[in-house]
Design a protein around this ligand. Structure first.
Ligand code: SF4
Ligand code: SF4
Length: 304
């Protein structure tokens, strides 16, 4: 299974519509989108334009402390207008006037790391998950994903309960090892899946979240390593690799004996089609569309 990650924090309806269109035309059947009503509608529109009626959506939320629910904020009094952030943002979320388009910010933190004057902070922005998750399930969403890399266990318990009360076909737990060691990661997973039926949970083994800017083995190494940790625990779950995934992921995972159910690709998948989907005349220009679709097809095939 190939999953295109549009971005848990990506609230840019037009970009989601274009990404779903391109990757659906290329054969992708599962899309990870932000848990927002307008984003689900835009994704469905993209799928419809691609002429596909067998597309599934996975909506993502996060607990407090997880970077997937953060947005960058610029303190203009500290900014020296060097434009490092503008040049390095992978999602074109920072305008040349050094103003952030919040809808496009996916919370990757690259601008925060590149800012020489400490002018950027990362701030949390949560959704009204109690209202929006039941809406999603009632509108055909079969997968709900929770990003759990934060220390707030009460928030985790509340959100996990709401997800389970919604009764999606699959719940997905997205976890990496940046803040915790293997032991705590596995304890969290075991605790969470104890209330679920076997094989109704996907563990999205995140290597280094939102790090997939390159297409080499090194970039995808941590995703495979994280998957191995989960696999060795022999849990009744499906494993999906993510976080630094690219066209080398399947090959490396097989070399390492990982029995994976799927590969979720975000940063790399979006980057390779960006020169086409970001063009103003995208919808009128079939040549642009076909170029993007062919590139997407190659990536999907590499994951097969
Ligand atoms: S670099 Fe990442 S965190 Fe900063 S504005 Fe762009 S998407 Fe948001
Ligand atoms: S990197 Fe920092 S200092 Fe440079 S333009 Fe961006 S916010 Fe301003």
């Amino acid at each position: 299974m190939f999953k295109l990650v549009c971005g848990a924090g990506n609230e840019d309806c037009e970009s989601v519509k274009r990404l779903v269109f391109v990757y659906a035309c290329a054969g992708c059947k599962l899309f990870d989108i932000s848990a927002r009503k307008e984003i689900l509608e835009s994704a469905k529109e993209g799928g419809k334009l691609a002429g596909k009626n067998d597309i599934q959506y996975c909506v993502s939320i996060g607990i407090k402390g997880d970077k997937h629910i953060t947005k960058a904020k610029i303190n203009t009094s500290k900014c020296i207008k060097c434009a490092n952030c503008v040049r390095n943002c992978p999602n074109d979320a920072i305008l040349s006037s050094v103003v952030i388009d919040e809808k496009k910010c996916i919370g990757c933190g690259i601008c925060y790391e590149k800012c020489p004057s400490g002018a950027i902070t990362m701030e949390e922005k949560d959704v009204n998950y109690r209202e929006v998750l039941p809406y999603m399930v009632n509108n055909g969403v079969k997968y709900i994903e929770l990003h759990i890399m934060g220390h707030d266990k009460a928030d985790l318990a509340q959100k996990w309960k709401v997800i389970n009360d919604c009764n999606p076909e699959f719940a997905s737990i997205c976890i990496d090892r940046e803040n915790f060691g293997n032991k705590e990661v596995l304890e969290r997973i075991k605790d969470m899946i104890s209330i679920r039926k076997p094989y109704t949970t996907i563990i999205q083994a995140d290597g280094i979240p939102m790090s997939g800017g390159n297409d080499d083995f090194k970039t995808t190494l941590q995703a495979v390593a994280m998957a191995e940790v989960v696999q060795n625990a022999n849990l009744p779950v499906y494993i999906m690799l993510s976080g630094g995934t690219n066209s080398k992921t399947a090959e490396l995972a097989r070399m390492c004996g990982i029995d994976f159910w799927g590969i979720a690709i975000g940063s790399w998948a979006r980057k390779i089609v960006k020169p086409y989907v970001s063009k103003e005349d995208f919808w009128e220009n079939k040549e642009l569309q076909n170029k993007a679709i062919n590139i997407a097809k190659e990536l999907i095939e590499s994951c097969g």
